[in-house]
Write a protein that binds this ligand. Structure first.
Ligand code: THU
Length: 135
């Protein structure tokens, strides 16, 4: 799928964001290795920290449907610069995305910035840190 198409999908699902508190809707679109598309929007809660970001909604939907191999993800919000994914989302992405996976961050003004997983979260904590396997 083309980057522009993926960003368009993220824009469409952004319209379904549930954001009565922040009024800051975000949309994300994720493509699996076999070309299946999963989208997600942010879903807030009156107990604020329970909120789930758009990126994680898309990833969790895909994982719960049995998909574990991902190709690229786009995220969009009404920001001046292409929206940077939050730290929690980067950590969740790093659990499932190989280092070269592309992440297209974008805004509503036609700007985008593509980074790889390892660029967006360098020196990330991962499964190998839980063991002494590399020693
Ligand atoms: N948000 C996302 O959905 N993704 C991000 O990467 C940044 C933040 C949401 C969480 C909350 O609903 C709103 O944006 C304001 O922080």
């Amino acid at each position: 799928m083309k980057k522009e198409e993926l960003i368009q999908q993220a824009k469409e699902v952004r319209q379904r964001a549930y954001t009565p508190y922040s009024k800051f809707p975000v949309g994300a679109a994720l493509v699996t290795e076999d070309g299946t598309l999963f989208t997600g929007c942010n879903i807030e809660n009156a107990a604020y920290p329970v909120t789930c970001c758009a990126e994680r909604v898309a990833i969790f939907k895909a994982i719960s449907e049995g998909y574990t191999n991902f190709k690229e993800l786009a995220v969009v919000a009404d920001t001046k610069r292409p929206v940077p994914p939050c730290g929690s989302c980067r950590q969740v992405m790093s659990e499932f995305f190989p280092p070269q996976t592309k992440i297209h961050t974008s805004n509503l003004y036609g700007e985008s910035r593509t980074m790889t997983m390892e660029e967006i979260l360098p020196f990330s904590f991962g499964a190998m840190d839980l063991t002494h396997e590399d020693e």
